[in-house]
Design a binder for this molecule. Structure first.
Ligand code: CP3
Length: 380
């Protein structure tokens, strides 16, 4: 499907942004920088806005979700907004009983860890999500309308929005357990105890989360990030056999979205929407995560970017990977670590500066603003 000419990518607003250029392997005047979980509890303006509203209610309030998405963009001058939502929102929208408990994460009314429970879940038609997605599309449209007036310091374009979704395995890690777990044992058990039920669960979550991602892109997101946060709990063999095909199926929902550009000489070109693939503890999986058909691989803080570049293979841009713990370290230690990440990132064709995982809630926002300034200064 061709995106509407008003879409920020097609309208020429974000196609040449630092972020989108980096996804094509092209470097700009300086490095693009944004932070996973940049919207959230580290910001006093977020905590103030969220008083009295539950997490998932905030996600389904278009004005609130748009405002929360924009807060870190205005405050830090980052090169992208990340849509304020959650990986379990599509489940909530099709009627699954799920809440997000502060300090804990997603908790379900029951666990979906055996064939009978999986059959109840997969009886829900994932296409039902499209009718329920109006608040998501509305929130994205409000966000990109405002982003069209915001430019990161020194940037040549307005700021793009990144849409995101949870990968099937990370969603299954919560679903099989009925809530957060340390080692995702229930999901890994189902995978081996009942491969048929596992496949059904993977196919269903892939379609649901793929539709969620597609909705955000069609509504105006200029890139898409698939979070497989807990894939690092898997062996490479299990990842490739039982998980990667479902992640690829989820991404198929955005891979057919295209837009057209015309260059100064009048030459027309068609582009796909860029996709970033991220997980935690994925040192052994980096090559396989790059191989499912993505533009950028996100790296956590355990593997230095120069090593990651070798593992992912030549020609693949990287995103990452400052250890979030450094945000609470004295300034000289923080700044030395930022310089090290930037230097190692030079071994990849292009680099999107980020943390190796999300912003810790107790982070001083001034440390984030300083990282943005420093990356823009030394990333030239
Ligand atoms: O700024 C952003 O990155 C955008 C928003 C975003 C949220 N969740 C908002 C949120 C994104 C991209 C996510 C994705 C998400 N949600 C992931 C993948 C990314 C990752 O961190 O690995 C996962 C695993 C979840 C599930 C989830 N939701 C967890 C583990 C938690 C934290 C629970 C806690 O309180 O510590 C949530 C809740 C959540 N999602 C919050 C935010 C801002 C905190 C809720 C609050 O402020 O009360």
């Amino acid at each position: 499907m061709i995106l509407s000419p008003q879409h920020p990518l097609a309208a020429g607003l974000t196609h040449d942004s630092r972020l989108v250029r980096a996804t094509r392997g092209v470097r700009s005047d300086t490095l693009p920088v944004w932070f996973m979980r940049q919207a959230g509890r580290s910001l006093p303006e977020y905590r103030e806005l969220r008083v009295g509203t539950r997490m998932l209610d905030a996600c389904l309030d278009p004005a609130m979700a748009a405002e929360i998405t924009l807060q870190p963009v205005r405050r830090h001058g980052v090169d992208a907004g990340i849509f304020f939502s959650d990986i379990v929102v599509p489940l909530k929208l099709v009627g699954v009983d799920v809440e997000i408990q502060p300090g804990r994460g997603p908790v379900f009314g029951r666990a979906y860890g055996d064939a009978a429970a999986v059959a109840e879940l997969t009886a829900i038609d994932p296409a039902r999500l499209d009718e329920a997605s109006a608040p998501i599309a509305d929130a994205v449209a409000r966000t990109v309308a405002e982003l069209a007036t915001i430019t990161a310091p020194g940037a040549a374009t307005t700021t793009p929005l990144i849409g995101f979704a949870g990968a099937p395995f990370t969603l299954a890690a919560y679903l099989a357990e009925g809530g957060p777990s340390k080692d995702h044992l229930a999901a890994r058990t189902l995978m081996h105890a009942d491969p048929g039920a596992w496949r059904a669960l993977m196919e269903w979550t892939a379609e649901l989360t793929g539709r969620f991602l597609r909705t955000q892109v069609v509504a105006g997101a200029s890139a898409a990030q698939l979070f497989d946060s807990w894939a690092g709990g898997l062996s490479l063999a299990d990842y490739e056999r039982h998980v990667a095909p479902a992640s690829a199926a989820a991404l198929a929902h955005v891979h057919d979205l295209a837009y057209e550009t015309t260059d100064a000489a009048g030459g027309a070109a068609t582009h796909a929407v860029p996709v970033i693939h991220f997980g935690v503890g994925t040192g052994e999986l980096l090559g396989a995560m790059g191989a499912i058909g993505v533009d950028v691989v996100g790296v956590d803080y355990r593997v230095p970017l120069d090593v990651a570049a070798q593992r992912v293979g030549e020609g693949v841009p990287l995103q990452g990977n400052l250890d979030p713990a450094l945000l609470a370290a004295p300034r000289p230690a923080l700044e030395a670590a930022v310089r090290d990440v930037v230097e190692r990132g030079r071994t990849a064709p292009a680099h999107i500066f980020n943390l190796g995982h999300g912003v810790p809630p107790e982070t001083d926002p001034a440390a984030l603003t300083r990282v943005v300034e420093l990356v823009h200064e030394i990333g030239r």
